[in-house]
Design a protein around this ligand. Structure first.
Ligand SMILES: [Fe+2]
Ligand SMILES: [Fe+2]
Length: 309
């Protein structure tokens, strides 16, 4: 097990989405807003899937350090679930199609939750790798996102990206500890990723297609121009071309490194992005706990509602 260069911090986060105006807030009709919203709609279900897998195999883990990291992972994912659910309430108020999209993805995750634990762990490890890749893209564009997105939405994504980076190796290490590191365990890990990738893309595209195109109120002010990503012109990124968005936004080389038998999430050390964010936001999610050990922050439970399903 590679030593993680980050600490999994237990933050308490509440974000008020009541100030987010209805109507498109990213370049009108653009796929980036659709992708962000589709991700938010699917995340509470994905987070609960990962939470259940780790809870179910916690009894098999002996290593006290890994047990502590599992505790941090469960705390962070439950908090993401709660805040994304609040964000999705706002999205559903603006666009009723969100509710139908949630129901469809809930059905998919319900089916997956009936599969064997080793498989659920490998799918979770795969989804965590994809989440960590996207998190890096978000953290590299923290300032641009805060320029373009409504502040609560930008805060949500950047904070979530920080924590996805902090805990990016936990599912992978739990899979290694509970399933093993031999050939069959490697096959199981790769198989999980081969399911997680199309699942992730299909759920995102399905939700995106379901919620896009419904009539929405006009924005109070014209949406800001899209930022360029990796030199791609904004038009390419902002819309009309989902493949361009996926090609530009996902570091595919890092994605494919997961299929190497010797892969570990921290072989790509991007912890400086977390360190930089912490330096800029030293109290985010910690007040009024900032003077206490963050380990004393009580663990949240995932939001109880089955996402209007
Ligand atoms: Fe998360
Ligand atoms: Fe995660």
């Amino acid at each position: 097990m590679t030593v993680s260069p980050t600490t999994i911090v237990r933050r308490r986060v509440q974000i008020d989405f009541g100030t987010v105006p209805p109507g498109p807030w990213f370049p009108a009709g653009g796929w980036i807003e659709v992708v962000f919203n589709a991700a938010s709609i699917s995340f509470p279900l994905a987070e609960r899937f990962g939470i259940d897998a780790l809870r179910d195999c916690r009894a098999r883990i002996q290593d006290p350090k890994l047990l502590k990291e599992i505790g941090g992972f469960l705390h962070q994912e439950a908090m993401h679930d709660r805040v994304h659910t609040a964000c999705n309430d706002m999205l559903a108020r603006h666009n009723p199609r969100v509710i139908r999209a949630e129901r469809v993805s809930a059905r998919i995750f319900r089916l997956l939750s009936r599969t064997p634990l080793a498989f659920r762990l490998s799918v979770s490890a795969g989804m965590e790798h994809v989440a960590a890749l996207l998190a890096e893209v978000v953290l590299q564009r923290d300032n641009e996102l805060h320029d373009v997105l409504p502040a609560p939405v930008a805060d949500l994504w950047v904070w979530h990206a920080v924590e996805e980076t902090e805990h990016k190796a936990v599912c992978f290490d739990v899979h290694a500890a509970a399933v093993g590191t031999g050939f069959l365990a490697y096959i199981n890990r790769v198989f999980g990723m081969l399911i997680a990738t199309p699942l992730f893309l299909l759920v995102m595209l399905g939700i995106g297609a379901a919620v896009q195109g419904s009539p929405r109120p006009a924005p109070a002010k014209p949406p800001a121009p899209a930022p360029a990503i990796d030199g791609q012109p904004p038009d390419r990124i902002s819309g009309r071309n989902i493949l361009g968005v996926l090609r530009a936004a996902i570091p595919w080389r890092q994605y494919f490194s997961y299929y190497r038998p010797s892969f570990h999430p921290w072989e790509h050390d991007n912890s400086h992005l977390v360190t930089d964010w912490k330096a800029r936001n030293p109290h985010f999610g910690l007040s009024p706990y900032s003077s206490a050990s963050t380990d004393r922050v009580p663990d949240p439970e995932p939001s109880a509602a089955p996402v209007r399903a």
